[in-house]
Design a protein around this ligand. Sequence first.
Ligand SMILES: [Zn+2]
Length: 341
Amino acid sequence: MDGRPAGTWSAPGVYPVAAGVHRIPLPLPNDGLRAVNVYVIEDGDELVLVDSGWALDESRQELEQGLQTLGYELGDIRRFLVTHVHRDHYTQAVVLRRLFGSRIALGLGEQPAIDLVLTRPGDVAPVRLAFLLSCGATALVETLRDAGFGESIDVDLWEKPDEWLTDVSDVGLATRRLAVVAAPGHTRGHVVFLDAEHRLLFAGDHVLPHITPSVGFEAQPADLPLGDYLSSLRLMLGYQDATLLPAHGPVAPSVHQRARELLVHHTARLDACLAAAHQGGHTAYEVAHRLPWTRRGRRFAELDPFNQMLAVGETAVHLDLLAAEGRATRSIVDGIVTYHL
Ligand SMILES: [Zn+2]
């Protein structure tokens, strides 16, 4: 139907997760992530959804079909609890709210991102390109500009949520306790939802089972997104272990195990960035060229421009953390950030 291989986590359908909780993977356009999981929580005779999917016709149809299988319809969704502001999680909630009056909750830390897109939508892409220029990625910026990057921002898909979620508050469901835990890093305002009694963590993109989430890919990132992210991973280890309900990938048995793996991964990446800087890479762009990418160990040049953009950002957040920890020095020369050992 949409090119997604059958028999994998992303195959269309409704998958039971726990009593009253179901996973519905929804399609994404031309995206290496394949699909985004939304989780349907039956709360009395109303539905609460964790994440909403990308506002696309196919996505809405699959959600509608999935809900029908469960004996519900789109209008039964009372509330969307959205883990973060990225469009594959947030935008379908905005569109469905217009039709059905459901309410949307989003982490308070996403306010600057929402404000930027609502008040200065024309700045979103230029801010990103300016960041890449500061990383020394002049050639990549030219490629992205030639490809029309950021020319068509979908302003009509963005609105404020009804409710801003704050750290360690209770979501207030009728039938279960669900705690909001701020987990900044992937984005500034990323939150996860913890059902401690049933040992379920609705993790969004904070902890993903098969891939390492991008860190700080947003128009207005924090000062040290990777520092925030690593703290947020350690934070997960302070809670009792739970089943991992990720937004991309299959349900996995242990949040703790995956959080530890991600911590080890970033420790190795920090060391690899230092080694690359030692070999003469001084900007994030130069260091990114000296690192292997994806689980397959691809070369930077083999990535498409969008993934090169993510890779440069990823490298920059590692180098910035090394500088903050005193393992490298960071300076800005002619608008370009350079790192030295
Ligand atoms: Zn996502």
